[in-house]
Design a protein around this ligand. Structure first.
Ligand code: FAD
Length: 453
């Protein structure tokens, strides 16, 4: 049997860890992954997969709620909660137990898929909580594994607030996603936001569309309302606002961020530096301050997305194993907020353009004028493109639409490959389709022939 190219030990089996393991194994390394809770990490077991599975149901509820305008009459429902034409009548409701079972089953199945994939690639997985022994070995349950390359991918844990006092930073991405989902599932939702509008750090036009939809669907959005405390009250919770008002509900959901899981890992002794918030300091090829030790994902605090964690992990392995590698480019990260409608973004932001930091030509097309959107009954949303004024190179975009997370790929590809609006405009889009609005936006940004500006 040929010698392995290198020995790689990975702490953490979330997207940062398992995607790195797959790359390292593909490149001929002997790979060990140490995972404390389950393969797939928090991403698969508690965060992305469960939340988006819940949202799949809330999305369907949203479609059913709007189905009358498409000519559908729901006379009743069958015993499984599905509409049954000709049934006894009644609203479509969510079977919370079945939904919860589905969410949990899907997470477990996805974790099993990751385990099967790693096993197929010959990656050894050790269940347990590990730590570093110097910079070239990890230890788990007393077993020491030597490695030329170590990757830290231990993720983060939800920030706990003493006494559950909220800090007034509400209405971030996770809060907006859950507010949108629970509203569609039939809950009465109050979204407490300390700022003027929801999603204050996102594209303003996009946030306004979503806030408008929230309010229209009956959500109570309390803007400029700083929450001062949360306490249990009988079978519910009471949130006290700084101005003295109280908001009561059956449940309170705190979405106040993530802290890195970097304590008690032996990082200090290994020479791995942390920043003042406890995140591992890394460069653009995922190197830490200790030679041979790399880090990826939420434990680095770079951009807390599964796709970024996975890319950091892959980059770490390509670099460590001597392959050609492109440094991480955060300006090219495509991201989505899974509200209804979704908000997807890539590249430069409207705020950067407005502040003069980036020079760009901009076009924004409302979805309401798109033929397919009309057929589907979508009226909220838009597509927006940013291009360099002189060259027409596409440098960013925003899509607010159902499944914007899928539509953004075309803009992401254009940004990554530095395509021009002319190239995008000459690309066929299906008629009728929402993606047709992207090529139409590109057409609107094309410069007239002979314009030498
Ligand atoms: C509610 C919610 C929804 C989200 N939805 C999305 C989304 O839709 N899209 C998206 O891109 N991102 C989403 N995110 C963010 C995403 O979940 C994280 O960015 C991603 O999980 C980071 O991956 P990771 O590999 O760094 O860490 P994790 O997925 O957290 O995995 C780290 C793993 O390491 C293990 N571990 C920790 N310490 C040790 C140790 N000492 N030894 C062994 N194992 C250890 C942990 O048990 C864990 O399993 C969401 C986050 C939240 C909270």
């Amino acid at each position: 049997m040929s010698q392995p190219r290198a020995d790689v030990a990975i702490l953490g089996g979330g997207p940062g860890g398992y995607e790195a393991a797959l790359v390292a194994a593909q490149l001929g390394a002997r790979v060990t992954v140490v995972e404390a809770d389950g393969l797939g990490g928090a991403c698969v077991l508690t965060d992305c997969v469960p939340s988006k599975t819940l949202i799949a149901t809330s999305e369907t509820m949203g479609i059913l709620a709007g189905s009358a305008s498409l000519g559908i009459r729901i006379e009743g429902q069958d015993g499984r909660g599905r509409p049954r034409p000709g049934g006894p009548g009644g609203p479509v409701t969510v079977d919370a137990v079945r939904l919860n079972d589905r969410v949990k089953a899907l997470a477990v199945a996805q974790s099993a898929d990751v385990a099967a994939r790693l096993a197929a690639e010959g990656v050894e997985v050790i269940a347990g909580r590990g730590g570093l022994v110097g910079s070239h070995a990890v230890v788990v349950d007393g077993r020491e594994i030597s490695a030329g390359v170590v990757l830290l991918a231990t993720g983060g844990v939800p920030r706990q607030l003493p006494g559950a006092e909220p800090d007034g930073e509400g209405s971030g991405v996770t809060g907006a996603e859950f507010a949108s989902a629970y509203q569609a599932l039939g809950s009465r939702v109050t979204l407490i936001s300390s700022r003027d509008r929801v999603l204050p750090n996102e594209d303003q036009d996009a946030a306004m569309v979503v806030e408008d939809v929230f309010r229209r669907r009956g959500m109570t959005v309390l803007s400029r309302s700083r929450a001062a405390g949360v306490k249990r009250e009988g079978r519910g919770v009471a949130v006290t606002l700084a101005d003295g008002r109280t908001v009561r509900g059956s449940h309170g959901l705190l979405t106040v961020g993530v802290v890195p899981a970097t304590r008690d890992l032996g990082l200090d002794q290994a020479g791995v530096k942390l920043d003042d918030r406890g995140f591992v300091t890394v460069d653009k090829v995922s190197r830490t301050s200790a030679a041979g030790v790399y880090a990826a994902g939420d434990c680095t605090g770079i951009m807390m997305l599964a796709s970024v964690a996975a890319m950091q992990g892959r980059i770490a392995m390509w670099h460590a194993l001597g392959e050609a590698v492109q440094p991480l480019r955060l300006s090219h990260v495509a991201a989505t907020i899974f509200t209804e409608p979704e908000i997807a973004t890539v590249g430069v932001s409207q705020a950067a353009v407005d502040s003069g930091q980036v020079e760009a030509s901009t076009v924004k097309l409302p979805l309401a004028t798109n033929a397919r959107a009309k057929m589907q009954g979508f009226r909220d949303g838009f597509v927006k493109l940013f291009a360099r004024p002189r060259t027409g190179t596409v440098i960013g975009g925003v899509v607010v639409a159902p499944r914007a997370s899928e539509l953004i790929l075309a803009v992401s590809l254009a940004v990554e490959q530095m395509l021009t609006v002319d190239q995008m405009a000459h690309t066929f889009a299906v008629y009728p389709s929402l993606s047709g609005s992207l090529t139409e936006a590109a057409r609107r940004l094309m410069r007239p022939v002979g314009d030498g500006a």
